[in-house]
Design a binder for this molecule. Structure first.
Ligand SMILES: NC(=O)c1ccc[n+]([C@@H]2O[C@H](COP(=O)([O-])OP(=O)(O)OC[C@H]3O[C@@H](n4cnc5c(N)ncnc54)[C@H](O)[C@@H]3O)[C@@H](O)[C@H]2O)c1
Length: 379
């Protein structure tokens, strides 16, 4: 059974996120029903070299059946394709195909393809429509919704991008069957983050279903975890579409240390999800330690939350790193330097999303000495 979540953002057309097994077969029909694409002829499907061989024919078939003239373009799988050079190749291909302003770009793949295709769609001829067809769990629960698009520069990730909402999101959960386990865990990290920030309802539901989610076979649980995450993300984005109201910052929970771990270990060594999970554990411990200095009772209750969160992450398969055994590159000084290179520092202070209980989050600025102290006791 398919689920539909409607994303309503101020100043934007509402859009639907359809979630379920086999929903890609109705992709063309669903897109055709959107007013903006009722008369559209040209569609460019952008995918990557892993996803294309698996799902391009299915996506193309559904779009062709709905009367679209479909072209496709495959980029190499991996973060390196999120570059201005690849974006430029796609703009040129679009121009050579003579795509006009009524054309549609379909992003078929994980977050890399979603961010890249969203970026080229938002900039080609000052913007053509984009539909997201996420095929990784992370893209289904996070990157396909909310409208952030980007490419990377050698100086840093996501440094050039736009806010550009899709017109439709088609999350076909059957595609997840071919997703490697490591990528599955990336999505689980983001689902856990969403549940912690969102509500008791989501958190305890996830506690009850973590084992089933980790097992990857219960379709209802998978679809519900995606739908709950999408509802959460859509609500956050509705309150802070362009990340200026301070609300969207909650989505960075676990990411300050997480990004630093990824950078210090060398990108690709650990999965993004494992790093985010470690960052969530770290942030929970920082909360306990900060509270212990001022309020023993509050610190005790934060400790209970940290314990519950640790159990949830363990059950999802996001087990703790043995940081000591990893490499000397993960020492506190190197991690601090990596955090400071990340764009989440403001006026020299590092900003952490701290959570003392489910849905009780705040952003705290910590100076270098405080962060080093916390890192030393953590590592
Ligand atoms: N825009 C946003 O709001 C937002 C949010 C979070 C992350 N991101 C971005 O998303 C990217 C990470 O996304 P990701 O984790 O999906 O990475 P990804 O797109 O690189 O996909 C991970 C790997 O899985 C493969 N894959 C995807 N779907 C598959 C399937 N169904 N079967 C087999 N293989 C499949 C891909 O080819 C790739 O090798 C990063 O660039 C990150 O910056 C964006």
């Amino acid at each position: 059974m398919a689920t539909k979540v409607i994303v309503s953002l101020p100043g934007e057309e509402d859009y639907a996120v359809r979630i379920g097994q086999g929903v890609m077969d109705a992709l063309g029909r669903d897109v055709r029903k959107i007013d903006r694409f009722a008369q559209t002829r040209d569609v460019l499907v952008i995918t990557d070299s892993n996803v294309g061989p698996l799902y391009l024919a299915q996506a193309r078939g559904s779009l062709s059946q709905a009367g679209f003239k479909v072209a496709d373009l495959t980029v190499p799988a991996g973060e390196a394709s999120k570059s201005p050079e690849v974006a430029s190749e796609i703009w040129q291909a679009m121009a050579q195909l003579a795509l006009g302003r009524d054309a549609l770009v379909v992003a078929l793949g994980g977050g890399v393809v979603g961010d890249l295709a969203g970026f080229v769609a938002s900039t080609y001829m000052r913007g053509v429509g984009v539909v997201q067809v996420p095929t990784s769990l992370l893209a289904m629960v996070d990157s396909s919704v909310g409208g952030k698009t980007a490419v990377n520069l050698p100086e840093g990730k996501n440094l050039v991008g736009t806010f550009f909402q899709p017109s439709f999101v088609c999350a076909d959960t059957s595609t997840l069957k071919t997703l490697p386990e490591r990528e599955w865990l990336c999505g689980c990290g983001e689902i856990a983050k969403s549940a912690v920030i969102d509500s008791d309802d989501f958190f305890f539901w996830l506690m009850d279903h973590a084992e089933a989610l980790a097992g990857r076979v219960d379709e209802d649980v998978i679809a519900e975890a995606i739908a709950r995450s999408v509802v959460f993300k859509a609500d956050v984005v509705a309150r802070d579409k362009t990340e200026t109201a301070g609300v969207r910052e909650c989505l960075n929970y676990g990411h300050t240390l997480g990004h630093a771990l990824e950078a210090c270990a060398g990108f690709g060594k650990f999965s993004h999800g494992a790093c985010v999970a470690e960052g969530m554990r770290f942030a929970a411990q920082v909360t306990v330690d900060e509270l212990a200095q001022v309020d023993a009772e509050a610190a005790e209750s934060a400790r209970e939350f940290a314990q519950a969160q640790a159990e949830l992450l363990d059950e999802l398969g996001l087990v703790r790193f043995d940081l000591g055994a990893v490499s000397s590159g993960l020492n506190p000084e190197a991690l601090l330097a990596a955090m400071k290179r990340d764009k989440k520092s403001r006026a020299g202070e590092l900003r952490f999303v701290l959570v003392n209980d489910v849905s009780k989050w705040r952003v705290v600025g910590l100076d270098d000495d405080a962060v080093l102290g916390h890192l030393r006791s953590w590592v």
